[in-house]
Ligand binder design. Structure first.
Ligand SMILES: NC(=O)c1ccc[n+]([C@@H]2O[C@H](COP(=O)([O-])OP(=O)(O)OC[C@H]3O[C@@H](n4cnc5c(N)ncnc54)[C@H](OP(=O)(O)O)[C@@H]3O)[C@@H](O)[C@H]2O)c1
Length: 247
């Protein structure tokens, strides 16, 4: 089973399908129009660790690849706990985190509450590149004008006042993000250390515009696990040496 919802999961799905490995992709169901995939999918939470264990047993799953977003910490914690209980092999396949260069102006913070606290002070125009899930926390700093970029148009769940919304799924480019930041006169960017190529355009643009970036660190799990950023290593771990897709 591949715990999905990321570009890495989609890359792995393509490779696993080409290698004719029997697999299922699991989605939380947060996105309204998920991308078509070459593997069967199931959608929705499992109901915690016990629900996940039941699913893994019922479906006779032999390997779990956690390819959720690095900030999907609850799902990842459930996966390590369930796999430890069932003695099932688990591998995390995720993108490496971003590192600042000497030209970057990052303020590194531990979590969302720390990012919110770092925004105390006079009104600024801020790009909140966080997705839709943690926006409410920023209501504690209502003096700013926020720019949000969301995959789906916001619904009633968006209660953050004083914001501009751009609906876009990406992939994003440095030139596109430069234009966006200039159009909205952005003075500060807040983002999670997600890693990856497409999402780093905003960091390249912020560097070029000499903007500070509040960078939220990745959450940590309670247990160690196997982890790689290499698709080839995941395929080897699955007992497959790769296909002509190039891994
Ligand atoms: N967090 C982010 O910044 C972010 C960014 C991009 C994409 N995503 C994707 O969005 C999804 C949800 O992320 P999240 O941060 O809300 O997760 P989360 O906080 O770690 O998980 C919350 C609950 O959602 C369910 N869930 C999460 N991922 C699932 C999956 N792949 N398959 C089935 N159930 C799942 C689980 O419910 P039960 O306890 O009931 O099993 C989990 O306990 C993930 O697939 C993730 O890869 C997240």
């Amino acid at each position: 089973m591949i715990l999905a919802g990321t570009t890495e999961a989609s890359r792995l799905a393509k490779e696993v399908s080409a290698a004719k490995i029997k697999a299922v992709l699991s989605y939380a169901g947060r996105v309204e129009r998920p991308k078509p995939q070459p593997l069967p999918r199931r959608t929705g939470g499992f109901g915690g660790v016990e629900g996940l264990k039941k699913f893994l047993r019922d479906q006779s799953i032999t390997h779990v690849v956690d390819s959720t977003h690095p900030f999907a910490v609850q799902m990842s914690q459930h996966a390590v706990d369930a796999c430890a209980d069932l003695n099932l092999p688990l591998m995390a396949f995720s993108r490496p985190e971003w590192k600042p260069t000497s030209a970057d102006n990052w303020i590194e913070v531990a979590d969302i509450p720390a990012a919110v606290s770092a925004l105390k002070g006079a009104k600024k125009r801020i790009m909140l590149a966080l997705g839709r899930m943690h926006l409410q926390a920023f209501e504690a700093q209502p003096q700013h004008r926020y720019l949000l970029r969301l995959v789906d148009p916001p619904g009633k769940d968006l209660t953050l006042p004083n914001c501009d919304i751009v609906v876009s799924r990406g992939p994003f480019t440095k030139d596109g993000d430069l234009a966006l930041m200039r159009d909205y006169n952005i003075q500060l960017v807040v983002c999670k250390n997600s890693g990856g190529v497409a999402a780093r355009a905003k960091l390249d643009a912020a560097r070029e515009l000499d903007l500070p970036v509040i960078m939220i660190a990745r959450p940590k799990l309670d247990r160690p696990r196997l982890e790689t950023a290499s698709l080839k290593k995941v395929m080897q771990w699955l007992g497959h040496s790769g296909t002509d897709l190039g891994v």
